[in-house]
Design a protein around this ligand. Structure first.
Ligand code: NAP
Length: 340
C-alpha cells in the first residue's frame, strides 16, 4: 500500500479507502460485525488506514461497529472519515440538513458511536440547497478549532458551490474542504464535466463513491452471481452492461479481476483520486486490494475510455473545439506554454 496526501493537507492516507456503508445489516443487506472486523483487519494488515462511514449508514450501526473495532486498536493509526446531514426524523426540522445546529449535534452523536474524541475528516454529506455555505465552513472551522474534527471535506454538492466555499474559506482564514466525494465510475463519468476539474483546480483529492458501480463493474451479475444491485438499476442497463463487458475483456487479457481494472482506470486519470471501495465479504476486499499492483497500458486505457466516455456538454465540448482554442491564443497558439 502506498500513501497519498489528502488534498492540500499533510494528512497521509492509504491509496484505497475502505467504504463501510455495508457494515451492519439494519438495512436488510450488509456484513455482520464479525465479518466487518475481519474486513478491517485485512485492510489494516495490508497498510490501509483510511475508513469512510457516515452517521446514517445502516442506521448508525456502521459507526458503532467501527467504534467497537477501534476500541481495541491503535485509534491514531486510522484516518476516520464520517459525514453529517442526513437523518430520518419526523419531529425535529433541524435534525437533518447542512445547518450548524444539526452539524454540532450530529458530530456529538457520531463521536459517541465511534467511541472516540475526534473525527479525522468530516464530510458534509449532501448539499441541502438551503444553508449558506459560510455557515457550513464556519461551523466546520469551529469544530476543527475545538479539536473534535481535524479536516473538512464535502460530498454530493454542485461544483460552483464548493468553489465558492473554498474561495471564501481561503479569504477568511478558515479550513478549506480538502476532499470531494462524488459518485464516479466507468458507469458514471459525468463528474468529469465540472466537479473533477474544480477539484483539480483547488488541489482537492477526489474520493469516488460506488467506484465499482455498487459491484456491477466486477462483472458478477453478467456471470449470474447475486448482490444488492437490482436488475432494473441503471448500473445494469444495456449501456452499463456493454461497458462492463469491455472492462471484463481487458481483465481477461491481463489475467486480473474486472473490479481491479475498473478501480485502476480511475487511479490513472491524471487527478488525485482515492476510490472508496465497499466490501461485504472478506474475499471481495482481498480481490480489491490487488488493484494496487496493477498498471493499465495506454492501449487498455484508450479502449476503456472509448467505451465509457460521456459528452462533456457545454461549455466543455465547446472549449475542446480546435478553432476556439486556437483563437483564444490569438496568433500565439504554438508559442505559449499550455497548462495541463
Ligand atoms: N457520499 C455518498 O453519497 C455515498 C453514497 C454511497 C456510498 N458512499 C461510500 O462509498 C462506499 C462505496 O460505495 P458502494 O459500496 O455503493 O459501491 P462500490 O464500492 O462500487 O460497491 C461495493 C459493492 O460491490 C460488491 N463488491 C465489492 N468488491 C467486490 C468484488 N471484489 N467482487 C464482487 N463483488 C464485489 C459488493 O456488493 P454486494 O454486497 O452486493 O456483494 C460491495 O458491497 C460506501 O461504503 C460508502 O462509504 C458514499
Amino acid at each position: 500500500m502506498k500513501y497519498k496526501l489528502l488534498g492540500r493537507s499533510g494528512l497521509k492516507v492509504s491509496e484505497l479507502c475502505l467504504g463501510t456503508m455495508g457494515f451492519g445489516t439494519d438495512n436488510g443487506w450488509g456484513a455482520d460485525a464479525a465479518t466487518s472486523f475481519d474486513i478491517m483487519d485485512e485492510f489494516a494488515g495490508a497498510g490501509g488506514n483510511f475508513l469512510d462511514t457516515a452517521n446514517v449508514y445502516q442506521k448508525g450501526t456502521s459507526e458503532r461497529i467501527i467504534g467497537d473495532y477501534l476500541a481495541n486498536q491503535d485509534r491514531d493509526y486510522f484516518v476516520l472519515a464520517t459525514k453529517y446531514t442526513l437523518k430520518d426524523n419526523q419531529t425535529n426540522p433541524n435534525a437533518s440538513g447542512n445547518n450548524r445546529k444539526n452539524m454540532m449535534r450530529s458530530v456529538e452523536e457520531s463521536l459517541k458511536r465511534l467511541k472516540t474524541d475526534f473525527i479525522d475528516v468530516l464530510y458534509l454529506h449532501i448539499w441541502d440547497d438551503i444553508t449558506p455555505i459560510d455557515e457550513v465552513l464556519r461551523g466546520l472551522d469551529d469544530l476543527i478549532r475545538q479539536g473534535k474534527v481535524t479536516y473538512a471535506a464535502i460530498s454530493d454538492t454542485p461544483a460552483w458551490m464548493v468553489a465558492k466555499g473554498n474561495t471564501l474559506a481561503e479569504l477568511m482564514g478558515w479550513s478549506q474542504f480538502i476532499a470531494l466525494q462524488v459518485e464516479y465510475s466507468l458507469l458514471q463519468r459525468t463528474p468529469e464535466r465540472e466537479l473533477i476539474p474544480m477539484a483539480k483546480h483547488f488541489g482537492m483529492t477526489v474520493t469516488p463513491w460506488a467506484p465499482l458501480g455498487g459491484g456491477a463493474l466486477t462483472g458478477k451479475y453478467l456471470k449470474g452471481d447475486t448482490g444488492r444491485v437490482k436488475p432494473e438499476s441503471n448500473r445494469r442497463n444495456e449501456n452499463s452492461e456493454r461497458i462492463t463487458k469491455v472492462v471484463m475483456e481487458v481483465a481477461d487479457e491481463l489475467g486480473v479481476s474486472a473490479g481491479n481494472v475498473a478501480l485502476q482506470w480511475m487511479r490513472q486519470q491524471g487527478f488525485s483520486c482515492i476510490p472508496i471501495v465497499g466490501a461485504t465479504k472478506l474475499s471481495q476486499l482481498k480481490d480489491n486490494l490487488k488493484t494496487t499492483s496493477l498498471i493499465l497500458s495506454d492501449e487498455h486505457l484508450k479502449k476503456i475510455d472509448e467505451a465509457s466516455a460521456v459528452p462533456l456538454g457545454f461549455p466543455g465540448d465547446f472549449f475542446k473545439e480546435e478553432n476556439v482554442r486556437i483563437n483564444s491564443f490569438g496568433g500565439f497558439y504554438d508559442r505559449v506554454e499550455k497548462r495541463s
